[in-house]
Design a binder for this molecule. Structure first.
Ligand code: LMR
Length: 326
């Protein structure tokens, strides 16, 4: 059995995946940075299981979780160079390559996940897929983690002024950087799997993330306060290396597309359940004080961020908001 996995370093265009013959087993290496007990972790495993079943074992998806193979900052290169064939980074982490995706980092873009789904499953999704294709990547699906919350070890956060003077970890994204600078925060981009230590050692005061990431990476055990602000979206672009995709037989491409559609539906429901369960677990620990923002407070945050919307409309051009259907 010949595995369709290439470990030699080469530039994206130089990869030459060989045409898959009938008898060959296809190995898809899928790398991601979060824990197993998260929406992405669970969905990656289900995708592997279903695809194996549906192809009678011809396709084997090997899932590498927790950044065990590549860190956040390494996984796109690893995909481009063919060391892995699938990754599912946060949208924010693609903003270096495709800056316009930064609009999805705007705070309070939509009040709930349905708002994001409507655009991502429609016009925005199509235009994201085209942009990825120009960068030799195939968009297979868009998965949720959920909405982000603030944690910190200095004080309870209720209003935008409360964060002033803090040092906070962010994902690498210009829009996130601007957002935090508006709050008089010092934003520091740090790889996801280095955040716990940075919090524990006090190198940073806090961070923003979803409940499942806060829970599975135990950030709540080294943070005193968490504000349930639901202020930003953490979604994933599930992508495959284009040359690898092009070499797959069309029946396998179809199995992948169909399986991804089913898993995406399951993943989004699961994300909501996981968030509810893990928030209960965090509550049980009584090691972190939880602040719940009321509607009036949320409204203040939204008003506070209005200048950022204007700034980003100028930066990206109003056309992108129309193109994405925002
Ligand atoms: C983060 O870096 O905080 C997240 O993007 C990690 C993830 O993949 O959910």
């Amino acid at each position: 059995i010949f595995a369709l996995t290439f470990l030699t370093a080469c530039t994206p265009k130089a990869i030459d995946y060989e045409q898959v013959s009938e008898k060959e087993k296809i190995v898809i290496r899928f790398s991601h940075v979060v824990g197993e007990d998260t929406p992405k972790g669970q969905a990656a495993r289900l995708f592997a299981k279903l695809l194996k079943e549906r192809t009678n074992g011809k396709v084997e998806v090997q899932v590498f979780s927790n950044g065990s193979l590549y860190k956040d900052t390494e996984e796109l290169n690893a995909l481009a160079e063919g060391h892995v064939q699938m990754v599912a980074p946060a949208i924010s982490k693609l903003t270096d390559l495709i800056p316009e995706l930064g609009v999805f980092d705007l705070p309070y873009l939509y009040p709930d996940l349905n708002g994001y789904h409507q655009v991502l499953d429609g016009t925005a999704g199509k235009s994201i897929a085209e942009r990825l294709k120009k960068n030799h990547m195939i968009l297979l699906g868009i998965w949720d983690n959920g909405l982000k919350q603030f944690t910190n070890n200095v004080k309870p956060i209720r209003a935008p002024e409360d964060l002033a003077g803090l040092t906070m970890r962010i994902m690498p994204s210009t829009v996130l950087d601007h957002q935090f600078k508006m709050l008089q925060v010092r934003p520091v981009p740090i790889n996801f799997n280095d955040v716990y230590l940075a919090l524990e050692e006090g190198k940073i005061n806090g961070q923003e993330n979803t409940i499942s990431n806060i829970y599975t990476k135990r950030f709540y055990q080294v943070q005193r306060y968490m504000t349930l602000s639901n202020h930003g979206y953490l979604g994933y672009l599930v992508i495959m290396n284009e040359s690898f995709w092009n070499r797959l037989p069309s029946d396998i491409q179809k199995d992948i597309t169909d399986t991804m559609r089913d898993v995406t539906k399951w993943e989004r429901d699961e994300a909501v359940k996981i968030e509810q369960e893990q928030l209960k677990e965090i509550n049980k620990c009584s090691c972190i004080q939880i602040v719940q923002l009321n509607e009036a407070e949320k409204e203040r945050w939204k008003q506070f961020y209005q200048p950022l919307y204007q700034e980003m409309k100028q930066k990206f051009g109003p056309g992108i908001f129309e193109e994405f259907g925002l």
